[in-house]
Every structure is written in C-alpha cells, then in structure tokens.
Design a binder for this molecule. Structure first.
Ligand SMILES: NC(=O)c1ccc[n+]([C@@H]2O[C@H](COP(=O)([O-])OP(=O)(O)OC[C@H]3O[C@@H](n4cnc5c(N)ncnc54)[C@H](OP(=O)(O)O)[C@@H]3O)[C@@H](O)[C@H]2O)c1
Length: 333
C-alpha cells in the first residue's frame, strides 16, 4: 500500500509514519521543513515532499499513485494569544483541506483518513459520555481552533455529498506521546512538570489518548471497508491531579502538591493574561485552555473500539514513553 501523510513532522503524523513503515507501507510525506523531517525520521524509508498547505498546487501531483491520504497537518494550537489567527485557521483547516481532498480525488487516491478533534463534540447535559452524533455548531466551540475544525467537518460533509472518494474522519482526544517535537500543549505540560514549573492542580476533567493508538486506529480505518464514517479515539478520562501523580511515578520528579479552587485559578489566569498583554508577553495558561481543562466533557471511543478494533494502552505507559522521549531529546528534569 502507498500512503501519503501530511503533517509528518507532527506528534500524530510522525507516529503514523513510524507505524506505516513497520507495516511495510510505501510512504510519501508532506513537510514544511526537510531538515526537521531528516532529524525525526532520517533512518526510515520515507519520500519527503517539501511544501505548505497554504499552497497545494506545487506539490499536489505527488498524490498520484497513492492508495490512501492520511491528513494530519493543521493550523493547530489550543490557544492563540495575539493577532489574526482566524484567517490562516480557516484557510488551512477548511478551504485548503477540501482543496487537498479534491486533488486526492483527481489523482485517484482511493481513500482519505482525515484528522478532526473531539473538541468538535458537544458535551451532553445528562453527564453521559458524548458520541460522534453530538456535533457542535461553530459558535459552540470553546476556542477558534475548535471552531475551525467544526467548520472543517461541515465542509467535509459537503465534499462527501459532491464527490465519490470516501473520507473517514478521526476525532482524537487530547494526545500525549513520544515524538512531540513542537511541542504541542500536552508535551509542554510534561516539560513544565519535569522542570517543576507547575504551581499546583485544580479541579479538571479531560479525555486523553496516546498518539500511537490514534495512528494505529487511522491505519485500521484505511484498511477496513468502512467509508464515510466518523470515529472518536478517546483513551482515558482523567484530571490534572491524576496526570501529575502518574508523571511523578514514571519520572521520579516530585509533582506539585497544592490544589487551587477554580474561581481563584480563573481570576489569576485572567489577571495574568491582562498583564501579559500589557508587557507583550505570553502566559503559561490562557482562559481558553482553562475552559477546555475544566469543561469536564467525556467523549466515548466505543464505536472505534467496536468497529475498528481500536486498542487503548494504559495511560501510565503513554506518560512513561513521553517522558523518556523528552529526556532522550534533551529535556531537563
Ligand atoms: N495534539 C492533540 O492533542 C490533538 C487532539 C485532537 C486532534 N488533533 C489534530 O491532530 C492533527 C495532528 O496534530 P498534532 O498533535 O500532531 O500537532 P503538531 O505536532 O503540532 O503537528 C501539526 C503538523 O501540521 C503541520 N502543519 C501546520 N501547518 C502547516 C501548513 N501550513 N502546511 C503544512 N503542514 C503544516 C506541522 O508542520 P511543522 O512541523 O512544520 O510545524 C506539523 O507537522 C491535527 O489535525 C490536530 O488538529 C490534535
């Protein structure tokens, strides 16, 4: 099988490439930095295509002869502090994503596996875990990134009505894992833990998953007969206190013991954000991130376990491997 992977230098894309290589796939990957790609998977047999989602035309012809497109690249951070981010968010995560799919169809790609997020899923009022049917409207999203993914999912619905190439949409929970070179928000949390920068925990609740488990589910979706389906890939519902306890066990670093009440955390975060704006600096935690951490939304990955035989590893294994990867790549602590 020949696979084309966008976002090969990312947390998910990098793990996907390693798994595809293990399984004998021929791989092409789109990256913005060939140097970064060389550092991340220099030893693997991967054809590196340098290009940008902002401008697809120069490299789209590389999709020819590929059986499957795995689209993981995105304009992605849980929060954006300054400037206009909606324009690039919409361009990369909506307009150019659909354009990429149109090219995939034009060049005969048999199937598309797309990455959305469980941030597009609405929390249920009755406390039961939400599933793939609980789709948000754009204005319900907790941040601009989430909104771009909701709008992107709607654009994919339209693509599916007008085209014949099947698209499976994968909706991962908050991903942790080795190979988080950016780092993403989860990797930054682990790095802050290791360098003992975190003052304490607060009441929180969030679904997390190992990026490698998401990557394997994507491969299973590519290889199964399923067509236009959506799958949440969600591992464990957890909170900061539990994450810190596991990180302490697997790293040997003493975690923060203080527990702050939510109103105080919101107030101090709000004040820190105002001060940061005045000083033209960044804050470690934004109100938007806080909203996500404290939404206490559960999303069910049962459909993927049932239909794709998606497997979820213990959270402790994920965090141990994540810490090991960061230490092997120069993290202190
Ligand atoms: N991490 C999570 O918790 C999480 C949860 C749910 C869903 N997701 C989704 O999962 C997917 C993968 O995210 P990730 O966690 O792997 O994040 P990541 O590590 O930040 O990777 C994002 C990838 O997208 C690439 N990219 C960004 N803008 C691009 C552009 N204009 N053209 C080409 N490539 C571009 C990045 O390239 P560079 O290396 O050059 O920056 C990187 O390879 C995304 O679609 C994200 O929305 C992530």
């Amino acid at each position: 099988m020949r696979a084309f992977v966008t976002g090969g230098t990312g947390l998910l894309g990098g793990n996907l490439i390693r798994l595809l290589a293990d399984q004998g796939y021929q791989i092409k990957t789109l990256v913005r930095s060939a140097k970064k790609a060389e550092t991340l998977f220099g030893g693997l047999n991967v054809e590196v295509i340098t290009g940008d989602m902002m401008d697809i035309e120069p490299w789209a012809h590389h999709l020819k002869d590929c059986d499957v497109l795995f689209h993981t690249a995105a304009y992605f951070r849980e929060t954006f502090r300054r400037g206009d981010h909606w324009t690039p968010l919409h361009k990369v995560n909506v307009t150019q994503t659909v354009r990429l799919f149109e090219y995939a169809e034009k060049y005969g790609v048999g199937k598309i596996i797309h990455t959305s997020t469980n941030a597009t899923i609405r929390k249920r009022g009755d406390g039961r875990p939400s599933d793939e049917s609980d789709r948000m409207d754009p204005d319900e999203a907790l941040n601009l990134y989430g909104k771009s993914k909701v709008v992107g999912d709607q654009a994919i619905d339209k693509f599916l009505r007008e085209h014949k190439t099947p698209v499976v949409t994968i909706l991962p929970a908050w991903m942790f894992g080795p190979g988080d070179s950016a780092p993403t928000g989860s990797g930054q949390l682990v790095l802050n833990f290791l360098s003992r920068k975190l003052p304490g925990s607060f009441p929180s609740g969030i679904d997390v998953v190992d990026a490698r488990d998401v990557a394997l589910a994507m491969i299973k979706a590519a290889e199964s007969s399923v067509g236009n389906e959506r799958y949440i890939i969600s591992g464990h519902y957890t909170n900061l206190e539990e994450l810190f306890a596991i990180l302490q066990r697997v790293s040997g670093v003493q975690g923060p013991s203080k527990k702050f009440p939510l109103p105080l955390v919101y107030l101090s975060t709000w004040i820190n954000e105002r001060i940061a704006v005045l000083r033209n600096k960044e804050t470690d935690l934004s109100i938007e991130e806080l909203r996500v951490m404290t939404e206490m939304k559960r999303t069910s990955g049962a459909k993927a376990v049932r239909n794709l035989k998606a497997a979820i590893r213990p959270l402790e294994d994920t965090l141990r491997d994540t810490v090991q990867w960061f230490r092997a790549n120069g993290a202190k602590g």
